[in-house]
Each structure stands twice: as structure tokens, then as C-alpha cells.
Ligand binder design. Sequence first.
Ligand code: C2E
Ligand code: CA
Ligand code: CA
Length: 540
Amino acid sequence: MLDIISILFVLFGLGFLLASIKPTYSICKDIEHKGWCALFVLILAFILGYVFFLIVLILNPVSIVELGLSAILAGGGAFVVIIIQLSLHSITTIKNDAAMRYFESRHDALTKLPNRLCFTEQLAKAITVSKPFAVVMVDLNRFKEVNDTLGHAVGDKLLVQIGQRLQNSLEEPNILSRFGGDEFALILHDVDEETCLHETKKLMDSLEDSFVIEENLLVIDMSIGIALFPNDGINGDVLLKNADIAMYLAKQNKQHFVLYDSTKDTLSPKRLNIISKIQNALNHDEFELYFQPIVDPKNLTLRGFESLIRWPQPDGSMISPGEFIPLIEQSRFIGKVTRWVIRHSIQRIHAWNQGKLRLNISVNLSATDILDKELVPYIKKCLETHPVSPDLLCFEITESAIMLDVDRAKHVIDDLFSMGITIALDDFGTGYSSLSLLRELPAQIIKIDQSFVMQITTNTGDYAIVKSMVELCHRLGKKVVAEGVESLEVLEKLNAVGCDFVQGYYCSKPLSYDDASSWLSLYKERGNKVTELGYKPHFI
Ligand code: C2E
Ligand code: CA
Ligand code: CA
């Protein structure tokens, strides 16, 4: 009896040891650590030991001591198999977690498509293969309206479905990636111009049928920009930038797609040079803000300042915004520069208004800023960090920027307006906007362009236009700022026609922060008057 029980014990132990061979082997393969290999060899040695002991038990009468020993061997086998199984389980969980985290770091959480990081890696690989391919930037048109009117949940579902449709229209090994927001990017492998256009057509067709989301029937189209390797760039950054430029051109010209064309992009080498320097300038805080006073001509009190960006150069010169802003307007950098200006303007006005002053600050927005959906949330965040009453913040938007996409501009303007922020229509009179735009836009301020103001004392036509504009704006409940006021005569004439505010070299040129602070001290010293005697300017 004793021998049967002992043999069974050892057989169990042996079974357990044999059962631990496979998991131990797979751990050894996965984790190249000497310890696990030693354990594997040990288990094999134990198996031999168990077999030897089994033979001893079969051939000899079994004592009570051997029975105990057999029981211990059975327990030992069970112990080994449990430990190995638990280790395997933990190792698999850790490995799965790591794989998931790796996936998440390289994929978009919403659509599960590759993200920008993953995309740029694939782009770098495609370049090393050296076969022609295309980089395609896709931006959805009017997606913001879906988010605004139907909510983010519907917007998210729409993005997922769009991602799926675009993906389904692609053939392996082409890559679709979501860059964020409503922006997608693709690599189309092994294509020339003709096949690329064929693939682009397939992408557009995939969005032709409407989407049904929570009983909403949604039609969505997109603007596509295409850059071809190697003709339009031989490195990833340049290809992405050029596809981006082409995409903006498509948006601007209301075309479905645009192939990058370096001959049309005449400023390209200069633009690329500026763009490469801009990133550095942003990283090293090279920009400076200048401030130009905006003054009430009736009582010479200061309404506030317009922030104007400057880019000092190592040789002491300054690049004016008129030079570099248009160059970067079709690139993503404009958004970064605008954010820099907004952040610093709010900081400055916050600092100045710590005393009793209630100064306004006006910030210029570029045409493409109005297409930037993340801008309004960014402004909200800045106002939280530096609490400034939103009505002291004014955004100046030019007529021509609004005309680029009136509906989109209205949305952004409505968002800003509902936050209590003031809106000014800049350079008024130089664009082609209609009077209905003036009526519909919630812009509280109209800035008459300096080209109408400068000769107001000598040119009767200009005088008539300015006078009528002021009357019209007042009837619509809007205030008027006249720009480019360079002399006392012009200022007096503007005051006589009821212009609410003036801005120009006569009151002051744009000032650095330190100069503006001294200007303000002087202003306060003189009893909150821009000048002490008459209209004598202080800083010309
Ligand atoms: P703007 O918004 O019309 O700004 C007024 C421009 O007129 C400024 O030129 C200012 O220095 C100039 N100015 C002011 N008073 C007078 C005057 O009495 N006589 C003359 N001749 N000029 C006067 P600035 O600073 O060179 O800016 C040029 C343009 O660049 C601005 O025109 C604006 O469109 C753009 N800009 C400036 N800063 C920014 C910025 O931070 N962001 C964006 N997006 N654009 C900016
Ligand atoms: Ca302006
Ligand atoms: Ca202006």
C-alpha cells in the first residue's frame, strides 16, 4: 500500500514538473536572462531525479520515510508549476501593458489611426527607400460647425467614421494618420502625379455619401494638399510643409485639392528660410511686443494699446511684421506666433492694470487664425492664468481675413463675442466686404484704414468717406478708430467728424514695453492726459 501511494506522489510531482517545462521555456525565450535558463536546466535535472527516485520506489520496499519524501516531492512539483504559471501570467500582463502603451503613444486615441509621431517615422522610412511617393494633407471643411451645433460627441463620432472611410479607400501599404483636430495626413506609396490624383479622387469619393450620426444627416467635404517626393522636397519636414501650403491654397481658393507647385510658391525659399528661423525665435523668445497708444481725441485720454509684434535681429535691425507675417501666414507657425502675441499681450495688460488703470489691449489676428479651432480655448486658458476682464481684450480682424471664409470667421467672432471680448474690423475700407457684413458681424469697433485718413485735410473725397463712415458706424452702434494720424490737423478734423478714437505717429509711434511703461508714467503724471498743453505729442 505504502509503495503505491509513494509512487503516485512521485508521479504527481513528475507531472507537475513536466507541466512547467513549456511555460519555463517560453519565459526563457522572452526574457533573455541567465537566471531563467538556469531554472530551466534545474527543472530538467529534477525531472531526472524524480525518475530515478521512482525507479528506486518500484524496485525496493517503501519505508514511511520514503513515503514522506514522495509527498514532499509531489508538493515541490506543485510549487514549481504554480510559481512558473504565476510568473508567466505577470510577465504576459506587463508585456501586454507595455505593448498597449507603445500603441497608444503612436496612435490617436479617438480614431486609433497612427498619430503624427508614427507618421513622421513612416515618412522617414519612405524617404530612405527612395521610391516616389506622395504626402497628402487633408483638412475637413466646416467641421467646427458640426462640433458647435451638434456637440463634441457627434463631432467625435463623425471623425471616427471619416477615419474609417478614408482608411477603407486606401490600399496597403499606404498610410493614413490623424494629426489632431480635423486634420489627416497620408503617405501614398509608389505613385506618380497621375496615380496620386487617382488615389485622391478615391479619398474624395469616400466622403461623398452623407454620414448618419444620432439621426443627423451630415455632409462633409475636405481640402487636400499634395506634395510629391522627391520633386517637392527630399526631407520629411519640407514635404509636410509643402503639402500644408498646398492644402491652405486649396482652402483659400475653395478647390478640392491642390498639387504643390513651387513655381506658384515664388516666395518658397525665402519663406522656408523664415520658417526655419521662426521656430528658433519662438523657442528662444526672440520676438518683442511693441505697443501703440489709442487715444480719445475729445479729452486726450488713453483708451489702450495695440500690440504690434517685432522681430529683433542679431545685427540690431528689426524685421517688421509686414515682412514676416505674410510669409508664415500659410504655415502652421502663424498659430504659434499669434499665441505668443496673445499670451504676452494679456500678461502686459494684466501688469499695467494692477493699478487703477483700465486699459484695453488690441491684438491682431491673421486670416488663417480664424480657421484655427483651438485658438478660442487657448484664449480662455490665457485669461484664466492672467485674470483680465475680457472686455479689455480686443481682437483686430481684417476685412480680407473675414472674406476668406465668412461663415467660419463668423463662428470664431461669435465665440469671442460671447466670451465678452471686443472685436474690431481692421483696415476697414480696403477689402471688398459688403454693408451686410458690417451689419451682421458683432464687431463693436471699426478701424478706418490709414489710406483714407492721412490726406483727410487735403482730399475732399477722403474727408467725405471718413465722415460718412463715422456716421454709418455710429448709426449701427459701433465705435470708430482712425489709423495713421500723423498730424494735429488730421486729429482735429477727425475729432470734428465725431471719430471716437485715433491712433498714429502723432500721438506716439509703437513703443517697446519699457518705453510704453515710461509713457504711461508720464501720462499719469499729467493727470491722465496724453499731453499737457494742446495736442503736443510726447514720443515721436
Ligand atoms: P495694422 O494692424 O494695420 O497696424 C498698424 C500699422 O500701422 C503698424 O505697422 C503701425 O506701426 C503703423 N502705423 C501706426 N500709426 C501710423 C502712422 O501714423 N503712420 C504710418 N505710416 N504708420 C502707422 P506695423 O507694426 O509695421 O504692422 C504692420 C502690420 O502687420 C499690421 O497692420 C498688422 O496687420 C500686422 N501685424 C502687426 N503685429 C501683428 C501681430 O502680432 N499679429 C499679426 N497677425 N499681425 C500683426
Ligand atoms: Ca491692427
Ligand atoms: Ca490697421
